[in-house]
Design a protein around this ligand. Structure first.
Ligand code: ACM
Length: 514
């Protein structure tokens, strides 16, 4: 095949290559051709989104897209449609485009789909003049399968600059992902400013490793900016403050939070540390004060308190912890962890929010209303759903994007281990077959994990995140029965050109780089 010849006979209207695939799409032939005379109409409530669409398409196409009462691109609020809060209907005829939805978020997703119906070049940051801006005639009715379509990012092990968080949120929105789980504290770094406890970042955000002093943190004004940026893209941020383990940076800042009272350094090596918070009332109050500021910064419903990988050795050796166990009438250290989490759960619910924790929070009993994030496989999620808890699936086998993308590790940049290739992600089914239909409703969705022990730069974060997040977006958005990996891969090849324009450093389909 001579690529040049093939390209020259291709019709200018190509088959839609949309990721995640819409729930229903009928392609009817023909196209709407955008031009200088294309206009946009929108009711007052949708004017900000009309402006966003103009800003997205205008500079690249060179079209002004002025407002008009009967625009050739019409955005409409349509309370009669049955597509739910996030759904939309997108209709393209030779005469124009209509996006209708019940709310702003549906219109926003309709706009994301519209961009993917246009020639790939629409994602170019620069003016493109050699393209016919044709939009194939389609009838799309679309709505997500799951409410929680998440991307997790650990900024504790390695700090990621604010500008990169913005870029990541943009790429998420393009894939209709709507939850950014921001893992903000770790043994190796505390990354969020807490006004009441300045040493958390003065001390806890910095470590002295083999390459010198390393660190960084987000000021509260950075956090407000990021929360706003996410909200503008209909993304909820779930902040995570780790407790009672993975907290050595906090103990380094305030030794009175630890069990030994010893001065500790902010962690440098990777792994699970034995240093955990003590169970004194003053520590519970300290952490509730931290959560109080966190709740003030993040308007979303969910507050994540970690709860994973908590060695019980220090509590077993601590006279204070043992006396607490007796005083509370508890059986053991597992129940003490459960008590600890319940202190946070009741505080968080008193503020009208819901606690989320990794599946270890099930051990020793779980507070009502808490959400379980199932990472050690799906069994924790199954148990939680059967016990009446909401669940977010995050199993290592399918969603740990810090794992290798090739079986041959020597062909890849150093990663933590494992093997989670693209097709494996695509195969993932978030609702385990063990669940009855009523229990299955407890599965809110799933998310991809980007733990950063071996991810030290934004480029590497993107390399690990994409295209696996493209596959996950389809698992979470598109109807299960419509999913086809072969079809996904065809669409993905076109989609990666969009990511090229956006300078997303995804892993190439045909292999890694070292
Ligand atoms: C985890 O990977 N420790 C949740």
């Amino acid at each position: 095949v001579i690529p040049f010849l093939v390209a020259s006979v291709l019709p200018s209207i190509s088959a839609p290559m949309i990721i995640p695939a819409p729930a229903k799409m009928i392609v009817s032939g023909g196209a709407f051709r955008m031009s200088d005379s294309t206009t946009i109409s929108a009711p007052a409530r949708l004017l900000p989104l009309a402006n966003r669409l103009r800003d997205l398409i205008g500079p690249t196409t060179g079209f002004k897209l002025p407002p008009s009462p009967s625009g050739t691109i019409a955005l409409r609020l349509n309370s009669r449609n049955t597509l739910g809060r996030e759904g939309y209907r997108l209709t393209v005829t030779p005469g124009g485009v209509e996006i209708a939805a019940n709310s702003e978020v549906g219109i926003f997703y309709g706009i994301q789909t519209l961009l993917q119906l246009l020639p790939t070049e629409v994602y170019s940051p620069k003016r493109v003049s050699r393209v016919q801006w044709d939009i194939p005639c389609v009838n799309i009715e679309d709505a997500p399968r799951f409410a929680w379509r998440g991307s997790h990012m650990d900024v504790g092990r390695h700090f990621m600059p604010k500008e990169f968080i913005f870029k990541h949120l943009d790429t998420m929105a393009m894939h209709k992902l709507n939850v950014f789980h921001w893992h903000l504290t770790e043994d190796q770094g505390w990354r969020i400013e807490i006004l009441k406890y300045p040493r958390l970042t003065d001390v806890g955000a910095w470590r002295n490793g083999p390459n010198g002093r390393y660190g960084g943190y987000y000021s509260q004004s950075d956090v407000r900016e990021i929360v706003k940026y996410a909200a503008d893209r209909f993304i909820t941020i779930v902040p995570e403050i780790e407790m009672p383990g993975h907290c050595q940076a906090a103990i380094a800042a305030y030794p009175e939070l630890g069990n030994s009272g010893d001065r500790l350094d902010v962690g440098v090596d990777w792994g699970v540390y034995s240093n955990v918070f003590n169970v004194k009332d003053s520590t519970i109050t300290f952490l509730q004060n931290v959560l109080d500021e966190v709740i003030g910064l993040f308007p979303g419903k969910f507050i994540h308190i970690g709860g994973d990988e908590v060695p019980k050795t220090q509590w077993a050796d601590s006279a204070f912890a043992q006396a607490k166990i007796r005083k509370l009438g508890l059986k053991n250290e597992q129940e003490l962890q459960s008590w600890f989490i319940k202190q946070m759960a009741s505080f968080i619910s008193s503020r009208g929010r819901r606690l989320v924790g990794w599946d270890e929070i099930l051990e020793g009993g779980l507070a009502e209303g808490a959400v379980v994030m199932s990472w050690r496989g799906v069994d924790g999620g199954i148990a939680a759903a059967k016990a009446g808890h909401d669940v977010v699936m995050a199993p290592t086998e399918f969603t740990y994007f810090d794992y290798y993308q090739s079986e041959d590790w020597s062909k890849e940049p150093k990663a933590i281990g494992g093997f989670v290739p693209l097709h494996k992600v695509y195969q993932f089914e978030p609702v385990p077959k063990e669940l009855l239909p009523e229990e299955a409703k407890r599965i809110l969705g799933a998310q991809g994990q980007l733990w950063s022990e071996y991810i030290s730069t934004p480029e590497q974060m993107e390399y690990m995140g994409y295209p696996r997040l493209c596959a996950l977006s389809e698992v979470l958005w598109s109807p299960r029965e419509e999913r086809s990996y072969e079809d996904f891969v065809v669409r993905l090849r076109a989609h990666l050109k969009r990511l090229d324009y956006l300078k997303v450093n995804y892993r190439p389909m045909d292999g890694g780089k070292s």
